[in-house]
Design a protein around this ligand. Sequence first.
Ligand SMILES: Nc1ncnc2c1ncn2[C@@H]1O[C@H](COP(=O)(O)OP(=O)(O)OP(=O)(O)O)[C@@H](O)[C@H]1O
Ligand SMILES: [Mg+2]
Length: 345
Amino acid sequence: MIELVNVEKTYHTSSGDIHALKRTSLTINQGEIFGIIGLSGAGKSTLIRCINMLEVPTAGQVFVDGEELTAMTETQLRKARQNIGMIFQHFNLLASRTVFDNIAFPLEIQGLGKDEIKKRVEPLLELVQLQDRADHYPSQLSGGQKQRVGIARALASNPKVLLCDEATSALDPQTTKSILNLLRDINQRLNLTIVMITHQMEVVKEICDRVAVIENGSIIEEGNMVDVFTNPQNQTTKEFVKSVDKNTLPESLKSTPVSREYFEGANLAVRLSFFSGNADKPIVSGMIKRFGVDANIISGNTDQLKDRIYGNLLIVIEGPQKALEDSLDYLNSQNLQVEVIGYVK
Ligand SMILES: Nc1ncnc2c1ncn2[C@@H]1O[C@H](COP(=O)(O)OP(=O)(O)OP(=O)(O)O)[C@@H](O)[C@H]1O
Ligand SMILES: [Mg+2]
C-alpha cells in the first residue's frame, strides 16, 4: 500500500546540512497497522511527512496505493492526498470552528455541498462517539475528545491510509488506550492502513502488526511486532522493550551475585517466556518430575501483545549440577523462550 524506495531527506540550514532521513526503503502492506518507533530527533516525523509529501524527499520515490507521489504535479498530489489522512500530537483543530465544522472542513475544500457534507459528517461523529458534541468548540473538549475530532476529520475524505504522528503522546494512559482501541476498530472496520509514529513502546505493543525502529535517520530494525518485542536485536530496540517490561529481576535476585559458571551448591535462575497455548503444558512440573529437581517460582506475569497473551516466569532450579544442565536442555527443547540469568546461591 505504501512503498518508500531509497527515500532521503536532507534539510539545508544556515549551520549546515541535516540528514534527517538517510536512504530508506520500506513497504507497508494494505490493512496493517505499522509502527515506527524512535527517540526524539530520530527522524520519525520526517519519515511520515515524506509519505504524504508534506516534506518533499531530497531523493527517492514514494508510492501510495500504486501511484508515485514523487512524480506528481501539485494538482495530482492534492487529489492523491485525499487518500491519506493524518492526525497529530496536538490535534491541529481550528479553534474558531465547531466539532462538526472541523470535520466538515476538508469536505468544504473539496467543494462538496451542504447536504452531502452532513451525510458524511454525521456517521463520522457517531464513529468517534461525539454525536452530542457536534456544536462544541475545541476549547470545550478534553484531549481525548479533540483527538477523536482529529480522527473523524482525517477520515472525512474516505482515505485508504491514516498517518498518525505521536497521536497519543499528549494523552494520559487511559485516554491513550481508548484512542488506540478506536484506531484498531477503524483499522478493522474500514480495512484502513495505519502508520503510527511513536516513542512509546506501549503503543506499539497494543496495536501494531509490524514495527520499524528508527535511529539517526535510519531504520535499524524491522519486523513482526511480536518478534521484535520478544526477541529484539538492536540495543536501542532492547531499551524500548525494556521500557515496558514488567518482568525485571526482583530485588532479592538483583542483590545476589550471579555467575555464568556453575559453582558448588549453586542454583540455576532462568526466565521462561511463552505465548498462551504453550503455557498450558505443565512444563515446569514435567521438568521437576523428570530430573528430580526443585523449582521455586520467583515471579510471574502475563502481558498482552496486540491480541496475544505473553507470559513470563522467573524460576530458580535447585539440584545437582547434572540435573540442572539436563533441566536446561529440557526447557530449551520446549516451545518457549529460555533466558539463562545465571547460577546463584
Ligand atoms: N524543517 C526542518 N529544518 C531543519 N531541520 C529539521 C527540520 N525538521 C526536522 N529537522 C531535524 O531533523 C531531525 C529529525 O527530526 P524529526 O522531527 O523527524 O524527528 P522526530 O523523530 O520526529 O523527533 P520528535 O520525537 O522529537 O518529534 C532532527 O535533527 C531535527 O532537528
Ligand atoms: Mg516528531
